[in-house]
Design a protein around this ligand. Sequence first.
Ligand code: EPZ
Length: 421
Amino acid sequence: MDSIVVNGGGALHGEIAIAGAKNACLTLMPATLLADEPLTLTNVPRLSDIVTMTQLLQSLGAEASSLQDGRVVAMSSHAAENPVADYEIVRKMRASNLVLGPLLARHGHAVVSMPGGCAIGARPMDLHIHGLEALGAKIELKDGYLHAKAVNGLKGAQIELRFASVGATENIMMAATLAKGTTVIKNAAREPEIIDLATCLRAMGAQIEGEASGTITIQGVDRLHGATHPVIADRIELGTYMLAPVIAGGEVELLGGRVELVAAFCEKLDEAGISVTETVNGLKVARRNDRIKAVNIKTEVFPGFPTDLQAQMMALLCTADGTSVLEETIFENRFMHAPELMRMGAQIDVQGGTATVTGVERLKGARVMATDLRASVSLILAGLAAEGETVVSRVYHLDRGYEHVVRKFSGVGAQIERVKS
Ligand code: EPZ
C-alpha cells in the first residue's frame, strides 16, 4: 500500500491545471443509459472512480471506452440489456446508485445493489426511492438489492425533497426525462454538477428548466439522442489547491478555476485574510498577512460552504490566529481527519457535528492515516506547512478523487513523493 511523504516549509510558486469534475462525471456517465446513440464526455478526470463507473456501465452491457489518455470517455448503450448493478462493483463506489433512475427509465425495471456503509455517514437512499416511487415505480429491497419496477412506464409527478440531496436529484432528473408528462422537483439540489447534468441532458434532447433555482421542471420525451459534452471544472479540486499557497506560502495560479464555482469558499478565505484574484486563465491565491485569521465555518448545500472542502479548511485553520468553529451539517461523521491533525500538534475539540480549532504557531510532521477522500488531502495540505516530515498512509483514497496529486503539488515546488510501504 502506498504512502505519501511530505516535507513541509517551502513556499509554492507556479500554476496548477484544474481537471474535470469527478462528481459531475459520475452522474453524466449513467446518462448514456437513457439513449441508444453515443454519448461522449470530454475534459474527463483520470481517476479510479471513473474507471469503476466505466466497469459498471460495461457490466450493464454498455460500451464505454477511455480515449486520449483518459481525457475522453465515449459511451454507447444501444446493446445494454442487463438491468442488474452488481454488489461487487457498487460496494467499491456509492455513486454506482446513479444508474438506478436511468435503468428504470430505459428498461422499466432495474436491480441495483444498495451501496452499504460509508466512513462519513449512513447515507441512506430513501429520497432516491421516494422520488422514483412518485414517478410510478414499485421498489422493494431484497437480499441487499433494490428491485425497481415500472410496468406501465414512468409518469411525471410533483416531488418535494425533504432534503436537497445531490444524488436523489440526479437520479430523479434522469428518470423523469423519459417519463410521460411533467415532473417538478421542489427543494432540489443546485450544485454545479446538477447544472452540468441538466446541460448535458438538454444536449441529448431532454426538456429541463430551473436547475439553478431549486425547482426543476422536466417535460418527459419519448427518446433521447446522442451528444458530446465537456465536463465542468472540479470545484473541490480547485478549492483544495487554492489552499496550498495559503498554507505553505507563495503564490499559485489555478488554471481553469472560476470564482462562481467556489463563491462561499472565497468569502471565507477573504474573511481569513486571503486574496483571490481572477486571471485570464483562472484564479490566483495568496495570503495578505503573515498569519491567517480564525474564521467560523458551517457546511451547507450549494450555494453554501461545501462539505467536501471542510477537511481542507480545517487543515488551514489549525495554524490560524485565534479559535475557529467548524459545523458539519451534511454528514454525521466527517471529522475523522481531526485526530490525525492532532497527531501533528493541532488543538481540536470535536463535539458531535462541531469542531473547535484553536490555532497553533506551527504543526509538526508525523505518521498519519487517511480515512476518506477529502480527509486524505487535508493531511497532505497540513504536511506542506508542518515542521519536518509527514507520512500519509492509505492514500488509495486519494486516487479516487485527485488526479496526479504528487505531480501537481511538486510542480509548484512542494517536497512531496509517493512511496511503496
Ligand atoms: C454527493 O454525494 C457527492 N458525491 C459527495 O461528494 C458530496 O459530499 C455530497 O453530494 C454533498 O455535497 C457525488 O456526487 C458522487 P447527498 P451524495 O445525497 O449525492 C442524506 C466527495 O468527497 N441523504 O446530497 O451521496 C445523506 O445521508 C463526495 O467527492 C438521505 O438522508 O450526497 C447525507 O447526509 C463525498 N437520504 C445528505 O443527505 C437520501 O436518500 C447529503 O447527501 C440521500 C441523501
